[in-house]
Design a protein around this ligand. Structure first.
Ligand code: NAX
Length: 327
């Protein structure tokens, strides 16, 4: 049997974690031969609820689950963590402006970045799910000077999966036949779902779905899917967000499929002219525990303009929390 790996999850008593933890414990991230220890972080008032979740985990008697640690202290929850899912975040409260939300989360993610820096495994892979995810990841990375910024990523995989699901629904083809979809930019309504490099069952995806429908329906449907789910269900996406978090971390750790790629928000290295340092979603291929941006895609003016707008939004988010970022 392999040595167990330590997987930290924050916001562990929340909606997304209620799906995510059970999938991790069942082996969906690292496979059915990899034991795990879950290290769960919550705020103090949610510790009772978290104990309830831990009871349920125990009651599943998962063969791979070798331990569960519960804490309201990030230096306990992140100790020696090999993987960290940062799901917990401050939701927007009544009367809260966007800037207030950014600042409230900057406070949380700077503390968590420092804690990861101090106690996590030197190879820790961090996925930020809590919104505003891209900028929260930037803040955590900037507060972890002893870790490599590339160890910090944010989740646009749910947007990616939504795009694949919608293209499958439109064309009637199964999702595995839909390859090379890209989400560029921010996990927000400025995100850019790009089908120009994708194909559906061997046909160019834009032709398969029709360019008019792609431009006038598809893009907006993906961008606004989160809000549509809240309207329909009275609660935000949970199970699909958990599945996307699993997919993101699994592919990063174990690799992407030959002939396909996935979307991950990662520190920009300047590829495609995107401002260096911001956490921007790119098409990436993963192998041997590393991701690499897919290079050389031709970007048409329609997509380029949208990519710029999303980049601009991320620059504004970064600037709004600049005073809280270490130099
Ligand atoms: P919930 O409100 O159900 O749960 C969040 C949990 O985080 C709560 O239990 C809360 O006590 C905890 N928490 C708050 N501050 C914390 C801190 N400092 N340390 C540890 N725990 C803390 O929200 P849920 O539906 O689980 O969503 C979690 C986050 O994911 C939200 O910020 C949400 O906006 C974001 N999402 C991001 C998505 C993405 O694609 N990147 C999609 C889904 C989701 O909307």
């Amino acid at each position: 049997m392999k040595q167990p790996v330590r997987i930290a999850v924050t916001g562990a008593a929340g909606g997304i974690s209620y799906s995510l933890l059970f999938k991790i414990a069942a082996g969906e991230v690292l496979g059915s031969d990899q034991p795990v220890i879950l290290q769960l972080l919550e705020i103090t008032p949610a510790m009772d609820a978290l104990r309830g979740v831990a009871m349920e985990l125990q009651d599943c008697a998962y063969p791979l689950l070798q331990g569960v640690v519960l804490s309201d202290d990030p230096t306990v929850a992140f100790k020696d963590a090999d993987y960290a899912f940062l799901v917990g975040a401050r939701p927007r409260g009544p009367g809260m402006e966007r800037k207030d939300l950014l600042e409230a989360n900057a406070a949380i993610f700077s503390v968590q970045g420092k804690a990861l820096n101090d106690v996590a495994s030197r190879q820790v892979k961090v996925l930020v799910v809590g919104n505003p995810a891209n900028t929260n990841a930037l803040i955590a990375a900037r507060n972890a000077p002893d870790l490599d910024p590339t160890q910090f990523t944010a989740m646009t995989r749910l947007d990616h999966n939504r795009a694949v699901g919608l293209a499958a629904n439109k064309t009637g083809f199964a999702t595995p036949t839909i390859n090379r979809v890209t989400i560029w930019g921010n996990h927000s309504v400025t995100q850019v779902p790009d089908l120009y490099h994708a194909d559906v069952a061997g046909e160019e995806a834009v032709d398969a779905v029709g360019e008019d429908w792609y431009k006038n329906t598809f893009i907006e449907t993906v961008q606004k899917r989160g809000a549509a789910i809240i309207d329909a269900r009275g609660a935000s996406s949970s199970a699909s967000a958990a599945q996307a978090a699993i997919d993101h971390m699994r592919d990063w750790a174990l690799g992407t499929y030959e002939g396909d790629w996935v979307s991950m928000a990662i520190p920009s290295d300047g590829s495609y002219g995107v401002a260096k340092g911001i956490i921007y979603s790119f098409p990436v291929r993963c192998a041997f525990g590393r991701y690499e941006i897919v290079q050389g895609l031709e970007i048409n003016d329609f997509i380029a303009g949208k990519m710029k707008a999303s980049e601009q939004e991320l620059i504004e988010e970064r600037d709004a929390v600049a005073s809280l970022l270490p130099a």
